[in-house]
Design a protein around this ligand. Sequence first.
Ligand code: EPZ
Length: 428
Amino acid sequence: MDRIRIRGGKPLKGSIQIGGAKNAALPLMAASLLTSETLCLSNLPHLADITTMVHLLSELGVEVSMNGDAPGGGHIGRVFGLNAHEPADKTAPYDLVRRMRASVLVLGPLLARWGEAKVSLPGGCAIGTRPVDLHLKGFEALGAEIELEEGYIRAVAPNGLKGAHVLFPSVSVGATENILMAATLAEGTTTIANAAREPEIADLAYCLQAMGAEIDGIGTDTLTVTGKPSLHAANYQVIPDRIETATYAVAAAITGGDITLKGTRLELIDAVADVLVKAGVEVSESEDGIRVTRTNGRIKGVDVMTEPYPGFPTDMQAQLMALLAVSEGASMITETIFENRFMHVPELCRMGADINVHGSSAIVRGVEKLSGAELMATDLRASVSLVLAALAAEGETIVNRVYHLDRGYERVEEKLAACGADIERLED
Ligand code: EPZ
């Protein structure tokens, strides 16, 4: 298993190209199942989760063609053609769903187009139990019959899905995406109330519109979808990854650096930028993206609570905690989305951080310096928070189990090294 070695203490300077959003790309790829014509997606990141989705779609009979890299070269900005002419199978097997929970996003499109789908129950994961009950209740509201058998969700709608009012009791990104996709081919009108408003959902909705779907209320918490008998081919470009953007913004802040994040937009990271500014970081719009600098003294403590968009994203909680660990003063970080998303805390404490967890809140008392250590990555965002902490720490850090990072950060070590970080991947 690959490891990453970092020798900390260097202020990062330079520019980083931000890739397409993983969490937008995954539902967009699943949306290819909604039509017999080719969906061509560009600006796809080169990540392990994208490869898992390619395997899953191929297993379902989707023809996936790589149409090369976009201008700019390297691994960024891949273009895929996805054609779901006649999927061979309507089953998403345990082995793939277990590796990536977002696999459950094929359920809505399969059910809507063929009236049947069988998808393995994803089960829990490192950050919490993460049930899919909201997805299933939504499909039932659209007239599907759902059975759970032998670890699989079996959903059927022999006479097709019917438009309905779907009110989510709590906000779910995945459930909103699944029901939105299904509703595009349902008979009649569907309203999705208390819908998630993450930019990745708007991105999916715009792509579905390009495929011929009729959707109102994009960007709000009420989506209205008028079903169509079929959707058609489209070309669509994935939005920039706001979590990758915000993660590298923290890299600039934690090292006292100056980084320009290219190919991304400030409005995508508003909530994170607000917190960074409160903490004493300078964040501004530049000609081709965002400039993040910290030149004047230590970071200040800030209290933060994770919330659904437009609030502070749970996917940035671990990275922010690494930053606040070296702040002046104390901060309280409250996690409201997932029940077990503090696995980075013991590892940060091994580097000398002073953090105490009480239920869903963590009290972070800033220390002057962290020190390098051998660390274990536990999930994607926890892993990158350890990389960030290591960039600012004194001495050498080894981060084990780097495969977590590869799920969501493309060439992380190359991007950071290009800005002056002393970082390398140790291949086994
Ligand atoms: C998406 O997961 C993201 N994944 C996650 O990113 C992100 O952390 C999360 O949204 C929240 O922003 C993708 O987009 C592929 P949810 P999702 O359904 O859709 C509970 C990363 O690091 N819930 O909004 O699975 C659930 O347990 C990842 O890139 C139910 O109770 O998240 C959680 O507590 C990790 N029943 C909360 O809702 C359900 O049926 C929010 O989950 C569905 C969810």
